[in-house]
Design a protein around this ligand. Structure first.
Ligand SMILES: [Zn+2]
Length: 259
């Protein structure tokens, strides 16, 4: 599942392909926005807030933002301009943007919306501080996490209103790094800041190294029953959070004992 670092990587690729380019084609295959005319618009940039992508454009002095969210398995794929989309199959395409030089296809996007740029806050205003933002304050974020109280640590880390950008992978890795059981009440955890600092630098590294290399460094995520890299105990997998927001997490029962 794409997390904040994957969203930022997608934004960098979108900027390389389309920033500064005038769109010759723009198809939004989402009923509500299918009639929005973006051809002729110039792409300014794509920014991220957590796992949300904001592609900003200007057309006839109007500033618009295409908001996309990859959720479980969405992807942005870029390529050279062509008559045909650079990715498919066609029924999975939610948005297709093209300039004279490049194109970008958004596959399986959970959300695609077009709003006035001045209305972006309506889409992202509820989010907590972005782990990957240059202005991210670890101390502030730690305070937000522990102040949630009795909720389980990993469930709190996954709540995008508390901090945004972490998904199941980095939340599990954070808890392991600080030796805390994922089900521990957030208010009792003393070293959230150290964990945030760790995953933030791992996410930054993943942006340049790419997903394959960063996955090879994972300590618990998707390593069910494999030996812990620290102590050799079998990694466990379990559900966390409450329905309908239940997610999967991983931990080492020796390094991260439940109290
Ligand atoms: Zn262990």
């Amino acid at each position: 599942m794409p997390e904040g670092d994957a969203a930022l990587r997608a934004a960098i690729r979108l900027d390389e392909a389309l920033a500064g380019e005038r769109l010759t084609k723009a198809e939004i295959r989402v009923p509500r926005f299918a009639t929005v005319q973006l051809a002729g618009a110039v792409v300014l940039e794509t920014r991220t807030v957590g796992k949300h992508l904001l592609t900003r454009l200007v057309r006839d002095d109007r500033r618009l933002t295409v908001h996309s969210h990859m959720r479980m398995d969405g992807r942005w794929i870029v390529g050279k301009a062509d008559q045909r989309p650079c990715a498919g199959p066609g029924f999975q395409i939610r948005i297709w943007l093209m300039s004279a030089r490049s194109q970008a296809v958004g596959l399986r996007m959970a959300e695609v919306k077009v709003v006035k740029t001045s209305d972006e806050h309506r889409l992202i205003g509820f989010l907590g501080p972005d782990v990957l933002s240059p202005s991210f304050s670890i101390e502030d974020a730690e305070q937000r996490v522990v102040s949630v109280g009795d909720s389980e640590l990993v469930a709190v880390l996954l709540n995008q209103r508390v901090v945004c950008g972490l998904g199941t992978m980095w939340a599990a890795e954070l808890a392991h790094h600080i030796g805390v059981n994922p089900y521990a009440p957030a208010a009792t955890v003393r070293n959230v800041a150290r964990g945030l600092d760790y995953v933030r630098s791992e996410m930054m590294a993943a942006i340049t190294a790419g997903p394959a290399q960063s996955r090879s460094r994972l300590l618990v995520f998707e390593r069910n029953r494999q030996p812990c890299r620290t102590c050799g105990t079998g990694i466990r997998r379990g559900r966390i959070g409450t329905e309908p927001y239940q997610r999967v997490t991983y931990w080492c029962p020796s390094c991260q004992p439940s109290s």
